[in-house]
Design a protein around this ligand. Structure first.
Ligand SMILES: [Zn+2]
Ligand SMILES: [Zn+2]
Length: 297
């Protein structure tokens, strides 16, 4: 309730989202008993190699609520306690396949402990204790999953990079006019960036594989349709689309989304978002469908 008296504490009763980060190191193995060794190897690649491999996971817990009279949504010591009790203590330095019944593969309902399956199970463990709005789980800095509490739906993001040159200028304008609009970026011979591309897909977690899609197939699409054609090019000169379209970060992000939307649908997921980072100082994000995950960076 919002306190209206003159003695109201600052912020009391107003809504706020808070986040807490937690880390753990765990190992896992992608190997389904109903598949032969060669089928497991074909499907899961090196992730099927016995006895498994490990990751340094990073979990970002987002919670929402009204500020109390102490100016907090929740007491952080409580938040830390539940995250430790329910997540980091059971998972840290453990073999994920053995930790929770959800990952018991001898049970036909058990799934592989993928990033997206793990973040969903973490949600079921934390939700009774904390007012969650979103969870993000990084398997490593180039692969993470987001879960918003919607049954089996999860978001998976792959980060990749390419290096390319570009020049921001419109052909029909003079050099002086272009420099007025684009500044140094309009200089005649161009300049370059190490671009980071985050491709976020949305899909349903498979109850057995624990995956929203075949990760290797997704990586192949990104490599074939974005990295390979763009890497070490001059975008204006080498990519047909940018012969007539100024390759700003916004336009590059849109073009990547247009290239990937249909092929990604063909592997059973929806392209949700493209984030293109040109430098540590600027990035562009475009949604290929109704935005749901906010930037948590
Ligand atoms: Zn792994
Ligand atoms: Zn530039």
């Amino acid at each position: 309730m919002i306190e209206t008296s003159s003695k109201a504490k600052h912020g009391q009763g107003r809504n706020c989202v808070i986040t807490r980060r937690a880390c753990f190191s765990s190992s896992h193995l992608y190997w389904l008993p109903e598949f032969s060794d060669s089928e497991n190897a074909a499907r899961f690649g090196p992730c099927a190699l016995s006895p498994g491999h490990g990751h340094n996971y990073e979990l970002i817990v987002s919670m929402v609520g009204e500020l109390d009279s102490a100016g907090m949504v929740l007491n952080l010591s409580k938040v830390k306690h539940f995250i430790r009790n329910e997540v980091t203590d059971p998972l840290d330095f453990r073999f994920l396949n053995d930790v929770w019944p959800e990952f018991d593969l001898t049970n036909p309902k058990g799934s592989l402990p993928t990033t997206e399956a793990l973040v969903r199970v973490i949600w079921t463990r934390l939700k009774p204790h904390l007012p969650l709005v979103a969870l993000r789980l990084y398997e490593h800095p180039r692969l993470w999953a987001d879960y918003l509490g919607n049954t089996m739906e999860a978001y998976l993001t792959l980060r990749t990079h390419f290096a390319a040159a570009h020049r921001l200028a419109q052909e029909e304008l003079s050099q002086e006019e272009n420099e007025k609009i684009y500044g140094k970026c309009a200089r005649p011979n161009g300049h370059g960036h190490n671009y980071l591309v985050d491709v976020t897909v949305r899909g349903s977690i498979d109850e057995r594989t624990g995956m929203v899609c075949d990760l290797a197939a997704l990586q192949c699409l990104i490599d074939d349709l974005v990295v390979e054609p763009f890497d070490h090019t001059h975008l204006n000169k080498d990519i047909d689309h940018f012969k007539t379209c100024v390759p700003t970060a916004e336009n590059i992000a849109l073009h990547i989304a247009d290239r990937l939307t249909n092929p990604i649908q063909a592997i059973g997921v929806n392209l949700h978002k493209i984030r293109l980072q040109e430098s540590p100082n600027n990035a562009a994000e475009v949604y290929a469908e109704k935005p749901q995950i906010d930037s948590m960076q």
